[in-house]
Write a protein that binds this ligand. Structure first.
Ligand code: ARG
Ligand code: ZN
Ligand code: CA
Length: 240
């Protein structure tokens, strides 16, 4: 499709402590980041090195906050087994995943910032999960993951993007032609250039593992891969 793709978002806050019961302002700050990052209107896009500048994409998605649910729980960490997505597991059921992006905000634990389900999976568990201290830019947030980029990264997975290093060794296995090959993730805030596999890594891509302030772009190839999900018969067409 051409033009802006609108994604209605439902946020489920599942908390044990008052801090984890994040404010509506914190939730809105996250929606704002998604809207900036998926339209290349984030201010730090100007840091992209000239080598990569022509590949920067306005993916042209718009996220609208449709509903927030809140639930108290005695569970201190939830892990990654999707229990938070079911009332029967003490969590909150997804709301119409064919029409909405569901985001569960709960303490995952184990140092995990967030995780996502790729398109084509089980509808009951479709969506992304993010720990509260890595969600949004204000309130209960924790540096260096306090700029809302965990959700940008996880929504990238939800829209079929793989890690930029392709989880492989100098192969083109992220299935995106305009992201350079690499042999592993980058962390922290790497200097440019970072050379791997004979080319400069695109460490500033949202699908790497760097700190929030050091990731600020999707590529045209990634944009095409995300938007292809919304073509006729595609697995996310039902959101249109
Ligand atoms: N799934 C990744 C993790 O939990 C998310 C990485 C997000 N990176 C970031 N800078 N926010 O480790
Ligand atoms: Zn990831
Ligand atoms: Ca690639």
């Amino acid at each position: 499709p051409n033009g802006t793709i609108e994604i209605p978002v439902i946020v489920h806050v599942i908390y044990r402590t008052n801090q984890q019961n994040i404010s509506n302002a914190q939730i809105r700050s996250q929606i704002d980041v998604l809207n900036r990052d998926f339209s290349a209107t984030n201010s730090d896009v100007s840091n992209v090195p000239s080598e990569f500048r022509s590949r920067v994409a306005n993916a042209n998605f718009r996220f609208t906050l449709k509903q927030v649910t809140r639930k108290r729980s005695s569970r201190s960490s939830w892990g990654t087994n999707d229990r938070m997505k079911f009332a029967s597991g003490g969590g909150v059921n997804a709301i119409d995943t064919r029409r909405n992006l569901n985001i569960w905000v709960c303490n995952i634990g184990g140092g995990i910032l967030g995780y996502a389900q790729f398109p084509g999976g089980r509808t009951a568990t479709d969506g992304v999960v993010i720990s509260p201290q890595y969600f949004g830019t204000q309130g209960f947030v924790s540096s260096p993951f306090d700029r809302g980029r965990t959700a940008t990264h996880e929504v990238g997975h939800w829209l079929n993007l793989r890690h930029i290093w392709g989880d492989g060794n100098c192969n083109r296995d992220d299935r995106v032609a305009d992201t350079p090959v690499s042999n592993g993730p980058n962390y922290g805030c790497p200097r440019y250039p970072t050379v791997r596999c004979g080319s400069n890594d695109m460490t500033m891509n949202y699908m790497d593992y760097v700190d929030d302030r050091c990731m600020y772009m999707f590529t045209n190839g990634q944009k095409n891969r995300m938007r292809a999900l919304f073509s006729p018969g595609g697995p996310r067409e039902t959101l249109l």
